[in-house]
Design a protein around this ligand. Sequence first.
Ligand code: ZN
Length: 219
Amino acid sequence: MSNQTDPFKAGPSAAYPPPVDRLLNELAKLPGIGRRSAERLAFHVLKSAPADAAALAESIRDVKKLVRHCGICFNFTDSEVCSICADPRRDASTVLVVEQPRDLIAIESTGMYRGVYHVLMGRLSPLDGVGPDDLTIGDLMARIGDSSRNARSVEVAEVVLGMNPTLEGDGTALHLAEALASTSVKVSRLARGLPSGGQLDLASKAVLADAIEGRRSVG
Ligand SMILES: [Zn+2]
């Protein structure tokens, strides 16, 4: 072996210019994006027209600047109250509780549900240290106890539990059913047309529609 540096052996310094490395590192932080995918996305950005790359950057900046949680249901919105809570055609006395905004989107896509929502922003997960105080359960109870906290100040009459049919989803539903038992609201749960361990946002529209139609009383 000579003293010369082996040109095929990667040194400690990165092969990409620092701005590319920075983009790669940011992309690789995204869920489900490994180093290879980050490279693929970075090269796409490098090849794309300046206007397209700028549009991507601006959309990321704007979503953080403009989008917030609805003050009533925690759905994503760009105003104080989301379009569903503000809609006078929706039945604000029925509140469907879901884990994430994407579950709400999945149910909305069926067009079968005319009530309003409450987004928990997660589910109980003792192993991951997610307890009731980490979710919006307190806000849900406040909506039930004080109609001025609910959409259009309508009194809540029914709460439909729409957790995903997973172990943690079931645990969350059980916790909520117990908490709601001390209130006067009717409590029901989405029917189990959904496959166990399935995700609401992946279920077909027909299955979701059946689950909403066939919801069952709890307790
Ligand atoms: Zn809302």
